[in-house]
Ligand binder design. Structure first.
Ligand code: SF4
Length: 175
């Protein structure tokens, strides 16, 4: 039987969800019997593959680049999973929403800078007006809450999905 193709993606998050993924420790070897990690910050493949079976997404959608990325990933993924509270609810990145994009940029790049303060126009992805959970942009098939999500929950969810089951979220607390 061929192995499932699995990807993990990092949008506007702190990488804590990926650290929790690694906290599955030796259970990653169990999963490795059923899956290949084909794209991830944890591996060295730089192009999102044409077709992925399961993609776990960490982080909120906060920039125009994130919006393009998540739409592209959705088109090339069978089962899309929101990994962690930033992806599920927008969590920490959404703390900027009530302040407003322009005020945040001014504070970070002009008011708090002493040498050549200016708003960036190149190299930095343009911020979206608000940070949003990924289900507001694309359809999400499964949610793994937590900040970060517990490694046990990540393992159970990924193992269920690889076995073709609907993940059992009984007892899982959202928010
Ligand atoms: Fe970091 Fe928590 Fe957001 Fe995961 S959910 S990216 S651990 S802030």
């Amino acid at each position: 039987m061929s192995k499932a193709k699995v990807a993990t993606v990092w949008l506007d998050g702190c990488s804590g969800c990926h650290m929790s993924f690694l906290d599955m420790d030796e259970r990653i070897l169990d999963l490795a019997g059923k899956m290949d990690l084909v794209y991830s910050p944890l591996v060295d493949f730089k192009v999102f593959p044409e077709q992925v079976d399961v993609t776990l997404v960490e982080g909120a959608v906060s920039s125009e680049e994130d919006i393009e990325k998540i739409r592209h990933i959705r088109q090339h993924t069978k089962i899309l999973v929101a990994l962690g509270d930033c992806a599920v609810t927008s969590n920490v990145p959404s703390m900027r929403n009530p302040i407003g994009r322009e005020a945040i940029l001014k504070r970070a790049y002009i008011e708090n800078v002493q040498v050549k303060p200016h708003l960036p126009t190149v190299d930095i992805p343009r911020l979206a007006p608000n940070a949003r959970p990924i289900h507001e942009i694309v359809t999400v098939d499964a949610f793994i809450p937590g900040c970060p999500p517990h490694a046990d929950l990540i393992y159970r969810t990924v193992a269920d999905l690889l076995d073709g089951k609907t993940p059992d979220m009984t007892g899982t607390r959202f928010g």
